[in-house]
Design a binder for this molecule. Sequence first.
Ligand code: RP5
Length: 202
Amino acid sequence: MFTCLYRLGDTNIQIEIIAATIPEKKLFLRKSFVMTPIVSIIMGSTSDLPVLEKAAQFFDEMAIPFEMNALSAHRTPQEVEQFAREAQGRGIKVIIAAAGMAAALPGVIAANTTLPVIGVPVKGMLDGLDAMLSIIQMPPGIPVATVGVNGALNAAILAAEMLALSDEQIAAKVANYKENLKNKITKANAELKEIKYQFKTN
Ligand code: RP5
């Protein structure tokens, strides 16, 4: 087995080439890609996963390696602290932390790292207002960049924009993604054009 390490921008990609024989005694090669995550998505519970899926899909679309784990500020406080203290050393560049209700998770992570932390309030009780206020109202010195309730997609886009500052490939992909947002409005205008009213002039 041969292992090659490549660096694409800030991303480490490990390629393992495994040689093996098959019954007909022919040689074949199998490649497996082991990617080092540069974004960490942390959720307070797997019940938050449906909200975080939009972030995961976005990172897939952008080919940005990420990891996803569940950790709870209240149920596993020691593990949260350990995660936050070790994240930078593992190559993580930005953390997305999502939680509902009392939602201490993003703040506790931010208290234990200098990496940027993006908080996603998850709608549970009180339409998510409880989680949003809990995440956004951090004391001076420990910021958490908070997106809207269930705003996982915006959290992922913001994370990509942070990564884009030092990675031209990601910057190009984010620019392309934003350019494509125009298509939705162009299509909407074409549809509106077909709607007729007596006094509608366009
Ligand atoms: C929070 O409590 C989690 O982030 C989740 O949004 C909420 C409920 O958690 P479960 O009871 O579903 O595990 O900590």
